[in-house]
Design a protein around this ligand. Structure first.
Ligand SMILES: [Ca+2]
Ligand SMILES: [Ca+2]
Ligand SMILES: [Ca+2]
Length: 326
């Protein structure tokens, strides 16, 4: 009788531990979707600061950067987990008809010299010869993806890049459908290549070798002078920035550059403030003016271009999160 009782206890325990039972594996709990609620403000933050006091009263929500390709099939792996930030702080604000987003993330390297030219030798001893380093020197970037749903056919995209948009205080609008990114239509160019005849830069800053600034501005650039007192290793920017475009009103700028941007990189941290109208009335932009919630994703690169279809140690994407609008 005692023996039978013991067997009964063991069989009972096995059932409780799931040994030999016919219950299937337990489904994992659904992931928690991060939700951010945009604050409503009456005063617009200063356009030329990321530290306006308006932001101090608005909570920042950490959005983890979880995957290395836009498709969630490619998960971040331990060997590339360190190349980009593991999370982005997001703050959102609506003032009137405009949406402001303030993003904060860690990046130890300020990569602001995409395709730069470097003095690598001298012809006839004194004439500087430049080499373009387009492979090693790209730029830091962020993309915000607004889910346009099936009616819109893809994602409405805001793309900020440290130099080729940020140096002109703007971000570029686009649409991502599948893995194809198409910039919004518009006649204006913000950054034009500085590549001239014979692989040499075409323009330089008027201060010459004395001013190695990443911002080569159209309003002040002069023709390159190879006879100046260049030294080995001096740089000239790979891009010329149209520094008058941000001063035009949005309708003159065109649908491609309807996003204002201001940024700071200091102590290994980026802070970027972006602003666009909730409704631009353009079919390549999502009309958010009548939405109470929109699904977003974020993408970050560290000195790299985006590769939507493939994992990369220098890019990361968040999972989808929600933004509640007033
Ligand atoms: Ca960087
Ligand atoms: Ca646009
Ligand atoms: Ca767009």
């Amino acid at each position: 009788m005692k023996k039978l009782f013991l067997i009964g206890v063991i069989v009972g325990l096995m059932g409780w531990l799931g040994c030999g039972g016919d219950d299937g594996p337990v489904d994992p709990p659904p992931p928690t979707i991060i939700t951010i609620t945009a604050a409503t403000g009456s005063v617009a933050p200063a356009w030329d600061s990321v530290y306006d006091t308006v932001w101090t009263g608005i909570a920042s929500t950490n959005v983890p950067i979880a995957v290395s390709a836009f498709s969630s099939a490619s998960k971040r792996r331990p060997d590339n987990a360190l190349a980009v930030t593991s999370g982005v702080g997001v703050q959102a604000l609506v003032v009137g008809t405009d949406l402001y987003l303030r993003l904060t993330w860690d990046d130890a390297t300020w990569d602001c010299w995409p395709g730069r030219f470097e003095v690598t030798s001298f012809d006839y001893d004194t004439v500087a010869h430049f080499t373009q380093d387009a492979l090693s020197f790209k730029e830091d970037q962020v993309m915000i993806f607004f889910d346009g749903g099936t009616a819109f056919g893809g994602w409405d995209v805001w793309n900020w890049r440290m130099t080729t948009t940020g140096a002109g205080y703007l971000a570029e609008g686009a649409v991502l459908a599948g893995t194809t990114l198409t910039v919004d239509p518009g006649d204006n160019d913000l950054a034009s290549s500085n590549l001239g005849f014979g692989g040499q830069p075409e323009y330089m800053q008027p201060e010459g070798p004395a001013n190695l600034d990443y911002r080569l501005l159209q309003s002040t650039a002069i023709a390159i002078d190879h006879y100046q007192a260049w030294s080995l290793g001096d740089f000239v920017s790979g891009w010329i920035i149209n520094d008058s475009l941000y001063q035009q009103d949005v309708s003159t700028r065109g649908g491609r550059f309807d996003i204002d941007a201001y940024s700071r990189h200091s102590s290994g941290e980026y802070v970027v403030v972006l602003k666009r109208a909730l409704n631009t009335s353009l079919e390549t932009d999502l009309d958010m003016s009548s939405l109470s919630t929109v699904n977003l994703r974020l993408g970050i690169t560290n000195n790299a271009d985006f590769l939507f279809y493939a994992g990369s140690s220098n890019q990361g994407f968040s999972n989808t999160f929600k933004l509640n609008l007033p």
